[in-house]
Design a protein around this ligand. Structure first.
Ligand code: DGL
Length: 274
């Protein structure tokens, strides 16, 4: 098997917030980002459709030389990861790996919450899948988890409205809803890769004693440890510090919107998934 870049997949632009943080911690590695921008959002789609789209994307990244793919999308991690790992990978190539971003986020939670009451803000798909409460219960059975779906936040971010006044209304409403479910919450996880773009507004409407956690730093840290534990995978990842981008939308559209999420010029190519 030839070494290649690490594949990073998201339904759209949100995974760029994860990619930035991973690159900060692993600057020497090569990355190939794929955004399924033509079919985003995934958050309101069924299990079957999210699985089908995600597995097409994973296969495309494998075909382009990746041995390791990170699903930098909570919705895909919640709805497609397990089936891809258990059913698809053994058939495609058992040496390849696909990792999600829910487990790495949850692993660090035990040291962060003191009240042991945690809130999750995420897409409808991620909340309905119960992936966060299930993962948290496995590692920290004493933590109580409440979730709130914020279906309008991704469209607001993707349409460039993150800083608009109207967005304040929806940010505040979902935070208030979440905190009304459990007033002992002392930690909120932003369980969608788009939400860091709304961080300032989320912080503004969240009481100051509550910690607001974004995922990128934890996912990066966890990937560094993964490479240390798996030298055989590390040897399959090239290291020249490059980063390339693929989109299912047009190159021009990707370039203009990607600048909201990613702070440098990008080399992008359009592909079709099937
Ligand atoms: N970025 C995806 C996530 O983290 C949400 C975007 C979507 O709904 O497609 O869940």
């Amino acid at each position: 098997m030839q070494p290649g870049p690490i594949g990073i997949f998201d339904s759209g632009y949100g995974g760029l917030t994860i990619l930035s943080q991973i690159r900060e911690q692993m600057p020497e590695y090569d990355f190939l980002y794929l955004g399924d921008n033509a079919r985003t959002p995934y958050g309101t789609r069924s299990f079957e459709v999210v699985y089908e789209f995600t597995s097409q994307a994973v296969k495309a990244l494998f075909d382009m030389g990746c041995s390791l793919v990170i699903l930098a999308c909570n919705t895909a991690s919640a709805k497609a990861l397990r089936t891809i790992q258990q059913i698809d990978l053994p058939k495609i190539d058992p040496r390849k790996r696909v990792l999600g971003i829910i487990r790495p986020t949850v692993e660090y939670l035990g040291d962060i919450t003191q009240s042991r009451h945690v809130g999750i803000l995420a897409t409808s798909g991620t909340i309905k899948s119960q992936s966060y409460p299930l993962e948290i219960k496995k590692l920290f059975p004493d933590i109580t988890v409440s979730g709130e779906a914020c279906p309008i936040w991704v469209p607001l971010v993707e349409s460039g409205e993150a800083q608009s006044e109207g967005t304040d209304y929806f940010v505040r409403r979902h935070i208030d809803n979440l905190l009304a479910k459990d007033e002992e919450i002392d930690t909120i996880i932003l369980g969608c890769t788009h939400y860091p773009i709304l961080y300032d507004k989320i912080r503004q409407y969240t009481p100051s004693h509550i910690k607001v956690i974004t995922q990128g730093e934890y996912v990066g840290r966890s990937l560094v440890h993964y490479m240390q534990r798996h030298p055989e995978m590390d040897a399959l990842c090239t290291k020249q510090g490059t980063c390339r981008f693929l989109t299912t939308e047009s190159v021009d559209i990707f370039r203009s919107y990607a600048s909201i999420f990613f702070d440098s010029s990008i080399e992008v190519q359009s592909i079709a998934l099937k």
